[in-house]
Design a protein around this ligand. Structure first.
Ligand SMILES: [Mg+2]
Length: 256
């Protein structure tokens, strides 16, 4: 693993697309979900205005992609100031891409997957009734995101019972479980985006901080981690700024 700052201007000549993870990389981590009866309240860290300005500069030279577990609806509102030219948003851990005002769905759920997904959701809903640790579900189209105060073995046991073949990922992010079919990852999604933009994966620079960024960081031309203790990558940022994504943008803007 080498520091990202060791790269030179010539190393970025082939790079056409920069893909950012959102939470913990391009924006502060931490989403609060409160579910009381039929009322759902969701609060998360907004995008800082100075980051928006830097992303506007960056998209003059590169296509900018945000790859996140958040819903496309949320990402669209969050990133509306940098849409639409030279920007794409990938939501629900790569199930969807929003590009030039059009939504692409990359994963076609099978009947079995839809049925399993429903069973998992209803099972978790049931578990939630008697378990105050399970705070609430974040609104998403397909990805099941259950916010919990802390990791919960009962949740993991239930998923194993419904999905003994382990065809679904059950990823604990530190604040929520993200549950969706394994065939669908940020790594497969970036390949779909490359096809749409007529690019090769070697022309992508990707930056992330969580285990669910792993296949994205290992397949990109340049993979960068802002949190080497959580996810490895060939390059790492050096925690010179609160957000690793900002440190990376600053280095890129100073070089190109
Ligand atoms: Mg993250």
């Amino acid at each position: 693993m080498k520091p990202f700052s060791s790269l030179k201007k010539s190393d970025f000549e082939k790079i056409k697309l920069i893909s950012f993870d959102r939470d913990g990389v391009a924006a502060k981590e931490g989403t609060t979900v409160i579910e009381k009866g039929d009322t759902l309240t969701m609060k998360s860290s907004p995008l800082k205005p100075h980051i928006v300005e830097k992303l506007k500069k960056l998209k003059k030279r590169f296509h900018v992609n945000i790859s996140s577990g958040k819903s496309l609806l949320y990402l669209t509102r969050n990133y509306q100031d940098i849409l639409w030219e030279n920007v794409s948003l990938q939501g629900e851990v790569g199930i969807f891409t929003l590009l030039s005002g059009r939504v692409y769905q990359h994963h076609q759920f099978t009947k079995e997957e839809l049925e399993k997904s429903r069973k998992i959701y209803l099972g978790l809903k049931n578990l939630q009734r008697e378990n105050p640790n399970l705070i609430g579900f974040e609104p998403k189209q397909f990805l099941i995101t259950l916010h919990c105060q802390k990791r919960d073995l009962k949740v993991e046991k239930l998923i194993k019972k419904i999905d003994p073949q382990k065809t679904f990922n059950c990823f604990w992010s530190g604040e929520a479980y993200d549950i969706s079919p394994k065939a669908n990852t940020k790594g497969t999604a970036i390949k779909h985006l490359c096809r749409l933009l007529n690019l090769d994966i070697s022309q992508v620079l990707a930056v992330g901080n969580d285990p669910n960024d792993k296949d994205l960081l290992s397949s990109a031309g340049i993979g960068v981690t802002t949190s080497p203790e959580s996810v490895p990558a060939p390059y790492h940022t050096e925690k010179k700024q609160e957000l690793g994504g900002e440190e990376l943008i600053d280095i890129l803007l100073s070089l190109v």
